[in-house]
Design a binder for this molecule. Sequence first.
Ligand SMILES: NC(=O)c1ccc[n+]([C@@H]2O[C@H](COP(=O)([O-])OP(=O)(O)OC[C@H]3O[C@@H](n4cnc5c(N)ncnc54)[C@H](O)[C@@H]3O)[C@@H](O)[C@H]2O)c1
Length: 385
Amino acid sequence: MKKKLNIGMIGYGFMGRTHSNAFRTAPNFFDLPYEPVLKTVCARNAEKAQGFANQWGYESVETDWRKVVESKEIDLIDIASPNDTHHEIAIAAAQAGKMVMCEKPLGRNPAESEAMTAAVEAAGVPNMVWYNYRRVPAVTLAKQLIDEGRLGRIFHYRTVFLQDWTISADLPQGGAGLWRLDASVSGSGVTGDLLAHNIDTAMWLNGQIDEVTAMTETFIKSRTHTLTGKEEPVNIDDASLFLARFSNGSLATFEATRYARGHKALYTFEINGEKGSIKWDLHDLHRLEYFEYSPEGKLRGWKSIHITDGDHPYMSHWWVPGLQIGYEHTFVHQAADFLTAVGEGKSAAPTFRDALKTDYVTDAVLKSAKSRQWEKAKLAGEQKQ
Ligand SMILES: NC(=O)c1ccc[n+]([C@@H]2O[C@H](COP(=O)([O-])OP(=O)(O)OC[C@H]3O[C@@H](n4cnc5c(N)ncnc54)[C@H](O)[C@@H]3O)[C@@H](O)[C@H]2O)c1
């Protein structure tokens, strides 16, 4: 019999569902050292939390996260609540000796992220941040191709994350579902919410970002706040664009907005190297476009690789070659990798320290947008295992 690993889930919204699904599904497809148990789900509304617990199979419900953190029964705290809650919960969980998984961004600002990183490392507890796009098999394959040197020296990295759901001036800010528009809860707008994903993937694939120059805009300057009922200033960035230099000498453009009419979640990246290029698009997430320069000229061209074969990352765990998987599987892969790492007494990447690196870049972006100068990203160093 496998050892049980009891999970305390904080939040039952969008991410509470993806994580719960991941823990339920992972043991059916991966050989894991632990059996994840959906022990307790925590949210402030007991009735709604109970409904969620019934649907997903949680054994109990709590309305105060402190009780979950203090519970002797819980091994792992999984933070799937809004950004203003991450800091306090993660630090308390680490101090209670729990393993900690946290949604991105780690904190609302570098001070929170640094304190969270220090807490999990001082406690020596396994930790991980849910930057799930690393575990799209096509993105993992991109990492393998780059590490094998197939692109050669990298010159360019180009990436966007486009949405259109906040264009209406009638959309309120704050409260359930709209906390992303309230900077006191979210920390920032699209920089921390969307570009954080692009930055995490970019630094994983192409190394450290050294410096950035950015511009941001808040197109709708005030909105009704759902909690006060009053018209209040909007303090988030609605759009954020920046240029970056990586340590390896390559140049990058990053763009994110919630004002790109027609786009719901268009996350793309393209990387151009001396020996080839790759591009990827979340809307076609099971394909990797690959251009290889080495064949004779008349045979050169872009290949569209369908990432569904048994020798593609993660795919041997799923169906038969040719059948694709989707968004939710990225979380299943991340849960499986975390439980496997815990079996070896380790954290899984991206760790809190990896996520701190991303938060240092988003901080440099926001600083640069204000200063109108190039800003250097602070370096985070490596986690001591
Ligand atoms: N990895 C990704 O791709 C991804 C996608 C979406 C959101 N996120 C991140 O996940 C986190 C949650 O986002 P979401 O979209 O799931 O939000 P959501 O609004 O759908 O859900 C938030 C949940 O947190 C609960 N909650 C709020 N305050 C709480 C408190 N004090 N104690 C306990 N529970 C509390 C709410 O009741 C709700 O169940 C955010 O940090 C967000 O940035 C990550």
